[in-house]
Write a protein that binds this ligand. Structure first.
Ligand code: SF4
Length: 253
């Protein structure tokens, strides 16, 4: 058998993307308008299986509008922890209809795991990290298994823990795109106004960053927008971003 023939049998187990790819994309799209960047990326069709992950929170409409402008058939995943505000679920329906999102789906926690690990549904009150692990991290890891690329709505200005967010990064061999990573609050506000996008119904009540109902409180004037998340706990992220994302591939309960 020739060497050329043998290569056919080789299973390419390399991750779809490597850090060099993210570096190249960051350099290529530096300073490029966000919509133009997304239009180029999807026109080139080199992202593999791709989906947007959205919390349908206070600023989610901007990314979803951008994506829908490029292609409303791009899948949009929502992790429903089963602890969401009813207003968030209603807002999701509003945006899906308004933006014409054609492949919006919901991922929920594993019912057997919930029965075993959170039978009284109060784990958030004594072990929020464990609760996030079973209600957010594991469902997202499950949803990401078939993806080569996922698109996140993270913004650097949201808190000190997100002070620097590249547009492109690598997690678990997947490309992660943060189209709004360098947007500031004024950019978002201008986009909402320019496209007459509806606001999350709880924003006017003082909820500036909205997650699960038990772990989200109103933000006072001058506070970090994410100060209302897990108030009173030494916890600022749910574990689905950054290095915690790597752990999410494991069955962490
Ligand atoms: S945010 Fe709170 S309720 Fe939601 S998964 Fe995390 S700990 Fe549980």
């Amino acid at each position: 058998m020739t060497d050329a023939a043998r290569k056919i049998d080789v299973i390419d187990a390399r991750p779809a993307f490597a850090q060099a790819d993210a570096d190249a994309l960051n350099a290529r799209f530096a300073g490029v308008d966000t919509l133009a960047m997304l239009q180029t990326l999807f026109a080139e069709a080199k992202l593999g299986n791709v989906a947007v992950v959205s919390s349908f929170g206070t600023e989610s409409a901007v990314l979803l509008h951008l994506v829908a402008t490029v292609d409303p058939s791009i899948p949009v995943l929502f992790i429903d922890t089963l602890k969401m505000f009813p207003e968030t679920l209603a807002y999701r329906e509003t945006l899906i209809e308004l933006l014409g999102l054609r492949h919006a789906s919901v991922v929920t926690p594993d019912t057997a795991v919930l029965a075993e690990k959170d039978a009284n549904q109060l784990r958030w009150s004594y072990d929020p990290d464990g609760c996030c692990a079973i209600r957010k991290v594991e469902p997202l890891a499950r949803a990401k298994r078939g993806l080569d690329t996922w698109i996140s709505g993270r913004k650097a200005f949201q808190s000190q823990t997100r002070a620097s967010i590249p547009r492109f990064e690598i997690e678990d061999g997947r490309l992660k795109i943060n189209p709004l990573g360098d947007w500031v609050k004024a950019d978002l506000e201008a986009y909402f106004a320019a496209h007459d996008l509806p606001r999350h119904p709880l924003e006017a009540e003082g909820y500036l960053s909205i997650g699960c109902q038990p772990c989200t409180s109103k933000v006072q004037p001058g506070e970090d927008p994410r100060a209302g998340r897990w108030r009173g706990w030494d916890k600022v992220e749910c574990g689905i971003h950054g290095s915690d994302g790597d752990k999410s591939e494991l069955p962490v309960f």
